[in-house]
Design a binder for this molecule. Structure first.
Ligand SMILES: [Zn+2]
Length: 407
């Protein structure tokens, strides 16, 4: 019989937007796995710790060194379970959870829907490694800034009346402004030359603060974003003028549907997505790394269209015995995310979950008990837990743990 609980060893990638050395929570957590060969290099930026089974950055079983996916394939019935195997028709983890440590803006991006993803994958499998869609959630571990979805049409239309921005309107005199017009505006902004973007940025900064209505952050963020990439980066104008700017705190979460525009700006977060690594980038990255602007605009979705619609509220988790666990349940079948928070000496019981789960401890110490066996919990410890078991979590020091699961 295979053990249901496996402690994992996870890797961390080094995208340029990540936090430096030990300032990166992702790197810190990855380095705390007992016996890991991962050592933090203070000269490197660490962006994402992945704790799924995606082949680009797989997780390994700590004790044996085996690739977790190989173990899941061998023991799929016991660990993944029939419910999830039948639902997705494979024995892989249907989700990919990560810890992100963000020092500067991530590329302005969207993740293609299933239809486009399968076409892109067939044509260009090296760049689009999966035929699947990739809706995602981002859960703040502390202060978190993000651009997410579009502002209401009326707010965008109003901003576009500002003299430096009128040039992006397909018809400056028209009083109507629809999603179709917005698509044109985004395309015009993305296609503008670096010189145009630079002069628009300067002109906007010279306007009185009152010109921006309640969006007073716009002139303040221009120099910050310009310093992160370059003054001519098209992402700056698209993000500031058309997108919602959110400032979130620990426990807040946002949901990005497939084809939804987003760019995260700063903070440490738990991110979870449907199993895929496909992305179309158009700003906040070097021009050579950008995908086709026309394709990006073609698939853009206009959900959400308001800052409030971006928020994914936490609910009580019905399998929580002591009420110390909340659930973030996005409108998709691939995963939910649990957040368990315990003070010193407190405990929580979680009822049987019918599919596979992966849990990361971001703070504190304690223990996890499954089928009578006890496992140590400590900052940076990551466990895979197979389907069909109850679990008990105890805190010996204030504990925060996040668990992605499917069932
Ligand atoms: Zn994304």
């Amino acid at each position: 019989m295979v053990e249901k609980v496996l402690q994992l060893k996870c890797g961390c990638n080094e995208y340029g937007w990540g936090k430096q050395g030990s300032k990166s929570l992702a790197a810190q957590l990855a380095s705390k796995t007992p016996g890991t060969d991962f050592k933090i290099d203070e000269d490197k930026a660490y962006s994402e710790m992945w704790f799924g089974t995606y082949p680009v950055l797989p997780s390994y079983v700590l004790e044996t060194g085996e690739d977790l996916q190989d173990v899941l394939d061998k023991h799929s019935k016991e660990l993944i379970g029939d419910t999830v195997i039948n639902k997705f028709n494979h024995t892989k983890l249907p989700y990919l959870p990560k810890v992100l440590s963000i020092a500067k803006a991530l590329p302005l991006q969207l993740h293609p829907n299933k239809d486009l993803a399968s076409k892109l994958h067939a044509k260009d499998p090296d760049n689009f490694t999966d035929p699947n869609h990739k809706p995602e959630i981002a859960l703040a571990l502390g202060p978190f800034e993000a651009f997410c979805g579009f502002k209401p049409l009326s707010s965008i239309h109003k901003l576009l009346q500002l003299e430096p921005l009128q040039q992006f309107l397909p018809d400056a005199k028209s009083s109507s402004f629809s999603d179709k017009t917005l698509k044109e505006v985004v395309r015009n902004m993305l296609k503008a030359s670096p010189d145009t973007i630079k002069s628009v940025n300067t002109a906007l900064q010279n306007l009185p603060a009152s010109s921006f209505g309640s969006d007073t952050y716009i002139p303040k963020l221009i120099p910050r974003l310009a310093a992160q990439y370059d003054e001519g980066d098209n992402g700056t104008i698209v993000a500031l003028i058309t997108m919602n700017y959110l400032q979130l705190n620990a426990g807040d979460s946002i949901y990005i549907p497939a084809d939804g525009i987003h760019a995260y700006l700063s903070g440490d977060i738990i991110e979870c997505m449907a199993r895929s690594d496909n992305v179309l980038n158009t700003g906040f990255c070097p021009r050579a790394d950008r995908n086709s602007i026309d394709m990006f605009c073609e698939v853009l979705t206009f959900q959400p269209h308001d800052a409030k619609e971006c928020i994914l509220p936490a609910k009580t988790f019905e399998k929580s015995k002591n009420g110390k666990t909340k659930v973030y349940a996005p409108p998709l079948s691939e995963f939910n995310m649990l957040a368990t928070e315990l003070k010193e000496g407190e405990s929580e019981g979680l009822g049987r979950i019918e599919g596979p789960s992966v849990m990361v401890v971001t703070e504190g110490e304690g223990s996890l008990v499954v089928e009578g066996k006890e496992y140590k919990l400590s900052e940076g410890y990551v466990y895979f837990v197979g389907q069909g078991v109850e679990r008990k979590i105890r805190a010996s020091k204030g504990l925060k743990a996040f668990t992605a699961y499917a069932e």
